[in-house]
Design a protein around this ligand. Structure first.
Ligand code: ATP
Ligand code: MG
Length: 234
């Protein structure tokens, strides 16, 4: 996917991305401070927002191939199972109950299959929204801070799910997270946004370990967690 001269004004905020590329089958991290435009960019890619100008070349992807999970996932007024298979039903695909149960089982939700989805804890809802995104074999998955409420074991499980998926049937991912340890582990490429602009793009090693852009350095210097968990600073 190629993004060119994409502009969107939202109140005082101005998103202005000259050029950005997403490589098929790769995991792209999207990082930057609160309010820098990560969610806005995701919504433009999803078609939830319309750009003021510019272009997104989807290179053959259609809205059916793209999905997004958010920090506050939307749950239908229905059971866990019905929520999980929803992306299949709307696409006219008959759900395979065994496969759906395997997904639930992998993230510890099988015994909650018939529970009212809105009564799940927020972390459980995030897990459900994550497997709901994966179940219909999309080609592009945008994960907007979905992992932020998860306990360490669950975060590890989802890192594993993403890496397994990439081994079996690579999908294009955009992973938005403030957990840079996590970004470093799973991403092939990292994009750094500041005040609506894409300031740096490269491998996790280049962006997170050897940042050349002063803004990236400043951003990283404030993320203590990253350096606490990983002594390998620049
Ligand atoms: N409808 C709107 N009207 C006015 N401003 C808006 C609107 N929607 C978003 N914004 C502003 O656009 C900016 C970018 O918001 P966005 O949600 O994309 O940030 P973000 O990078 O996802 O931040 P976070 O890390 O906190 O999730 C923010 O300053 C936000 O207040
Ligand atoms: Mg956001």
């Amino acid at each position: 996917m190629k993004i060119s001269r994409l502009q969107k004004k939202m109140g005082d905020f101005f998103l202005n991305i000259d050029s950005m590329k997403l490589e098929p089958g790769k995991v792209h991290g999207l990082i930057g401070s609160n309010g820098c435009g990560k969610t806005t960019l995701s919504k433009l890619i999803m078609g939830i927002l319309t750009p003021d100008s510019g272009e997104i070349d989807y290179e053959g992807l259609t809205p059916r191939d793209i999905t997004m999970t958010s920090q506050k996932p939307y749950m239908l007024h229905d059971t866990v199972y019905q929520n999980l298979i929803y992306p299949l039903t709307v696409r006219g695909i008959r759900p395979d109950e065994k496969e759906a149960e395997q997904w639930l089982s992998r993230c510890g939700l099988l015994d909650k299959k018939n529970q009212y989805a809105r009564s799940l804890s927020s972390g459980e809802q995030q897990k459900l929204s994550f497997i709901r995104a994966m179940i219909f074999h999309p080609k592009l998955i945008i994960v907007d801070e979905t992992l932020s409420n998860l306990d360490p074991d669950s975060t590890e499980l989802f890192e594993k799910l993403i890496l397994e998926q990439q081994e079996q049937e690579p999908v294009t991912w955009i992973v938005i997270s403030h957990q840079l340890v996590h970004i470093r582990k799973i991403c092939d490429r990292v994009n750094f946004l500041e005040k609506g602009r894409l300031l740096a793009e490269g491998t996790p090693e280049e962006i997170l370990m050897h940042p050349s852009h002063p803004s990236v350095r400043e951003f990283l210097s404030k993320t203590e967690i990253f350096y606490q968990n990983d002594g390998d600073t620049q």
